[in-house]
Design a protein around this ligand. Structure first.
Ligand code: TRP
Length: 477
C-alpha cells in the first residue's frame, strides 16, 4: 500500500533532487566548522579513524533505515512512526521517537543559527580586505590578529543577535517555500561551488610550510591521544564525540533525513542515494581538515582552539593568497548557504507535524517554530560573552567547563541523536518484517547486500551505540 502513498507536502522532482537535498542537509557547519575543531580537541588521527568507522558501520545503515521509514510513512517523523508502528501492531509509544527528533532539531537549530551567523558576519569582514594586513605584520602577530577579530565578534551580543536574526529570518522564508520551491533550488548550485572553493583552498594548504604536519595530525593513528587525553586517566569521551559527530554530520537520528525520505519519489533506490550522500559528506569533512590543520601548524595556532578554530585559521589563508578577499567572501557566502540548506532540514520535521496534525498553515507553523528557536538561540549568544562564566553542570566531572552552548551541543549530538539512531535501528531491524523492509528497499531479503545491511543494523549499530554510551559514562572503564 505504501507504494501508492505520497506526502501531502509534495515530492522531490527526481532521485537526483533527493540526493542534492539530503547532501544539502548533511553538508554544513558540521563538516567545515565542527569536524576540524573537535578533531583538534580530540587529538587527530585516532579520532578521525573512529569517526570514519562510525560513519560506515552506524551512519550509513541508520541513514538507510531512516529514509526507508520516511518513504513508507510519507509523513512527519512523529506521524510516520505512529503510522508504521500501528501498521505492525507495535506500541504507540514509538511516536516518541519523532518527538525526540523534533526537540533535538529545535535545540540544534537554536545554536546552529548563531554559528551560521558568525559565517554571515565574516562575509563583510573578508570583503573589506582587512586580512590583507597579515602580509605586512610580523609572523608572530598573525595568530593574535585573527584571534582578536574573532573575539571582537563573539564578545559582542548585539552583533551576534543581528546575524542570528538574519539567518533565522531567511531560514523561515526558505522553509515556507516548501519542498520544491525553497529547498531544492537553493542547493543545486551551491554544492558544486562549495566543492570548487574547497579544492582551491586545499591547493593553498599544500603550499603552506607545515602541510605535512597537518596531514600527520589528521592521519597518524595514536589511540593514546583519544583514550588518554590528559596523559593519565582513561576516558571514553573521545569515542562518544566521534560517534556524536557522525550522527550530527550525516543529519541522522532526529527525523531530518526521515522527512526528506518522505518526499522521495517511489522508484528511487535507497541504498545508492544514501551512499552518495554519505560519501559526499565525508569528503567535505576530510577536505576541511586538510585545509585547516596545515594552516594551524604553519601559523603557530592551537589545534584545540575550540569552536573558533575555522574562524581563526581560514581568514589568515585568505589574507595571504592572491585574490584572497574574493575567495574569502565567496567562501563564507557558500558556508552560509550550506548552513541554510542544513537548517531547513532541522526545522522541517516540526513544521510538517504542525501542518499535518495541528492543521496550521505552512506559514504559521514555520513562523511559530522559527520564533521559538530564535529566542532559544539567545542562550547560545550569551554563552560566548555575558554568560560565559555560567557553567550549569560544573559539579559533574567532565562538565566543569561547559557553557550553556556546550551543554546543548553535548546533549543533542552526543546523546539525543545516537539515542534516536539506536531506536531507529531497533525498530527497523528487530520489529519490522524483513519482507516489508526488503520491499521498501526494492530488493529481496535473501540478497547478500540486504543481509549485510540488516546485520549491521540489527547487531553492529545498536551494540556499538550502547557500548560507546556505557564507555562514556565510565561503566566499562
Ligand atoms: N548535518 C548538518 C551539518 O553537518 C547539520 C544538520 C542538519 C543536522 N540537519 C540535521 C544535524 C539533523 C543533526 C540532525 O552541518
Amino acid at each position: 500500500m505504501s507504494r501508492e502513498k505520497t506526502s501531502i507536502h509534495g515530492e522531490w522532482s527526481s532521485r537526483l533532487a533527493f540526493i542534492i537535498a539530503a547532501t544539502g542537509s548533511a553538508v554544513g557547519l558540521g563538516n567545515i566548522w565542527k569536524f576540524p575543531y573537535i578533531t583538534g580537541e580530540n587529538g587527530g588521527g585516532a579520532f578521525v579513524i573512529v569517526y570514519l568507522l562510525c560513519v560506515a558501520m552506524i551512519g550509513l545503515p541508520v541513514m538507510m533505515a531512516e529514509v526507508l521509514l520516511g518513504k513508507r510513512g510519507r509523513s512527519s517523523p512523529i506521524n510516520t512512526m505512529r503510522i508504521i508502528a500501528k501498521e505492525g501492531g507495535h506500541s504507540r509509544l514509538w511516536q516518541l521517537l519523532g518527538w525526540l527528533g523534533v526537540i533535538a532539531g529545535f535545540l540544534i537549530l537554536s545554536y546552529y543559527s548563531v554559528i551560521a551567523g558568525w559565517a554571515l558576519a565574516y562575509i563583510p569582514t573578508l570583503a573589506s580586505d582587512m586580512f590583507a594586513a597579515v602580509n605586512t605584520m610580523p609572523q608572530n602577530d598573525v595568530a593574535d590578529f585573527a584571534g582578536s577579530v574573532f573575539n571582537n565578534l563573539v564578545g559582542d551580543p548585539l552583533r551576534l543577535m543581528f546575524w542570528h536574526s538574519l539567518f533565522m529570518m531567511v531560514t523561515i522564508t526558505m522553509v515556507i517555500g516548501g519542498v520544491r520551491g525553497g529547498l531544492e533550488r537553493a542547493v543545486q548550485f551551491m554544492m558544486p561551488a562549495l566543492f570548487i572553493v574547497l579544492l582551491v583552498l586545499v591547493g593553498y594548504a599544500m603550499n603552506t610550510p607545515e602541510f605535512m604536519k597537518g596531514l600527520h595530525f589528521m592521519f597518524d593513528v595514536d589511540f593514546n591521544k583519544l583514550f588518554y587525553p590528559n596523559g593519565e586517566d582513561w576516558s571514553g569521551k573521545g569515542l562518544l564525540a566521534a560517534m556524536g559527530q557522525a550522527f550530527f554530520s550525516l543529519s541522522l537520528g532526529m527525523g531530518a533525513i526521515m522527512v526528506y525520505g518522505a518526499y522521495l519519489p517511489k522508484q528511487a533506490s535507497i541504498a545508492q542515494t544514501t551512499t552518495a550522500v554519505v560519501v559526499a559528506d565525508t569528503l567535505v569533512a576530510i577536505l576541511a581538515g586538510l585545509i585547516i590543520f596545515p594552516i594551524v601548524f604553519s601559523n603557530g595556532l592551537e589545534v584545540n582552539a575550540g569552536p573558533g578554530l575555522v574562524f581563526h585559521t581560514l581568514p589568515i589563508a585568505f589574507g595571504q593568497m592572491p585574490f584572497g578577499s574574493v575567495f574569502g567572501t565567496l567562501f563564507f557566502v557558500l558556508l552560509a548557504l550550506a548552513a541554510w540548506s542544513s537548517a531547513i532540514s532541522l526545522l522541517e520535521p516540526a513544521v510538517a507535524w504542525l501542518v499535518e496534525t495541528v492543521k496550521l498553515s505552512r506559514v504559521t507553523a514555520t513562523m511559530a517554530c522559527g520564533v521559538a528557536i530564535w529566542l532559544v538561540g539567545f542562550a547560545t549568544i550569551y554563552s560566548f560573552n555575558i554568560w560565559s562564566d555560567i557553567k550549569p553542570l560544573s559539579m559533574l566531572s567532565g562538565f566543569e567547563n561547559k557553557t550553556i552552548f556546550d551543554l546543548i551541543d553535548y546533549l543533542t549530538s552526543n546523546i539525543m541523536l545516537p539515542l534516536g539512531g539506536l531506536f531507529i535501528a531497533i525498530f527497523v531491524a528487530w520489529l519490522m518484517k524483513r519482507q516489508i523492509v526488503a520491499n521498501e528497499l526494492d530488493t529481496s531479503p535473501d540478497t547478500l547486500g540486504f543481509r549485510f545491511w540488516h546485520f549491521l543494523l540489527r547487531y553492529v549499530a545498536p551494540i556499538a551505540v550502547i557500548l560507546i554510551f556505557l564507555n562514556a559514562i565510565g561503566v566499562l572503564s
